[in-house]
Design a protein around this ligand. Structure first.
Ligand code: SF4
Length: 353
């Protein structure tokens, strides 16, 4: 009998995922590479990389490789007397038999995911919904069938892409097992959307967001406090609230703007064409936006860039992934902003030009 060829582990793992996908506890499944738009002027994420679709065969092959690693870890665990629990000892034994996994960033990701109960998965990279619907459905069905412990699968998506799919297509994707989409709204102000080259206007954001809600997805919308700078902060705050009120998503998540070297926004700051808000001005913008929010979403500050401090020096806002429930906690958030305004906040070094 000829020996079985050794399994080659070359499944792909992308770089980015939202913090709310459970820290290191989500399984990362790369269905496309990089960003198909790649023109937003504040963003540096995929700038030097070319967008590529991946075939269903490739992605399903990755899922099968991950399943193979999971099964091997469980078998070794039984053999070593750990009852199928994923232990460090089982991982070391597997690494001894498949040393190439020492150099594969995905192994630690799988180990952490299994140890935390194998409950959530995130489809990478920047806009998975750009895939053909039947292909994405095929991948989702394969993922769900292979890992029945999953109770939440999520992905990034662009408003425009969601808006371009028919409701039936979106429902098919939802039924196949995609639970939540994370959309980068950034702002609801049309002039600012144009300026940052988001590739969508406020109506497009509303259309995409509402369609995602109607299709049954949990919807997370990200916005960028400070993106309008000194010239546009009021319109940014008021129009962002207007658009979010119309969409009425499940979550909104604050990602304060800071200039990243190499981006056009950074260049604009250097030439003086864009003036960044001070910490107190950012809080004033936040206050104006919060005052205008009349919706039922959770408002989250789940990122380190939400640096503001309260009167005792601790973080002003909770960085919980579940945030503050509106309208019930709107007054609480407004009171926190007032506290932050009295606390003489300064922008930390890493957020300055
Ligand atoms: S769509 Fe997202 S990933 Fe792509 S350029 Fe814009 S912000 Fe960056």
């Amino acid at each position: 009998m000829s020996a079985q060829p050794a399994q080659k582990y070359d499944f792909e793992v992308g770089v980015y995922r939202p913090p709310s996908e459970g820290g290191s506890a989500s399984l990362l499944v790369r269905v496309t590479r990089n960003c198909p738009w790649n023109r937003c002027e504040f963003c540096s994420m995929y700038k030097s990389e070319k967008f590529e679709l991946r075939s269903t065969a490739e992605v399903k092959g990755d899922i099968d490789q991950i399943a193979d690693i999971c099964n091997k870890l469980k078998d070794i665990s039984w053999k070593l007397g750990y009852g199928g629990n994923i232990t460090r000892e089982a991982a070391i034994e597997l690494l001894n038999s498949a040393p190439e996994l020492n150099y594969h960033g995905g192994f630690v990701m799988i180990f952490n995911w299994l140890q935390s109960g194998a409950k959530t998965a995130f489809l990478q990279d920047a806009n998975s919904l750009i895939m053909k619907t039947d292909q994405l459905v095929d991948i989702l069905q394969h993922l769900r069938k292979t890992f029945p412990t999953l109770n939440r699968v999520t992905s990034y998506a662009r408003s425009k892409t969601v808006a371009q799919k028919s409701l039936d297509e979106l429902k098919a994707i939802r039924t196949a097992g995609l639970d939540r989409v994370h959309i980068g709204l950034e702002t609801g102000d049309d002039e600012l959307l144009k300026k940052i080259k988001k590739g969508v206007d406020s109506q497009g954001h509303i259309k995409g967001g509402k369609k995602a809600m109607t299709a049954g997805f949990q919807l997370s919308e990200y916005w960028m406090p400070g993106l309008g700078g000194k010239a546009m902060w009021q319109n940014h705050a008021i129009n962002t609230a207007r658009v979010l009120n119309e969409i009425d998503p499940h979550y909104i998540r604050s990602r304060p703007f800071y200039p990243i070297a190499g981006t056009p926004m950074h260049e604009r700051m250097i030439t003086g064409d864009f003036q960044q808000l001070s910490a107190d001005e950012q809080l004033a913008e936040l206050k104006l936006m919060m005052e205008h929010l009349n919706f039922n979403a959770k408002v989250c500050f789940d990122h380190a860039a939400n640096y503001w401090r309260g009167r005792r020096g601790g973080l002003l806002f909770s960085q919980s992934y579940e945030g503050y429930k509106f309208p019930e906690e709107k007054d609480r958030v407004l009171a926190l902003i007032d506290e932050g305004l009295k606390a003489k906040n300064k922008r930390p070094e890493f957020l300055r030009l």
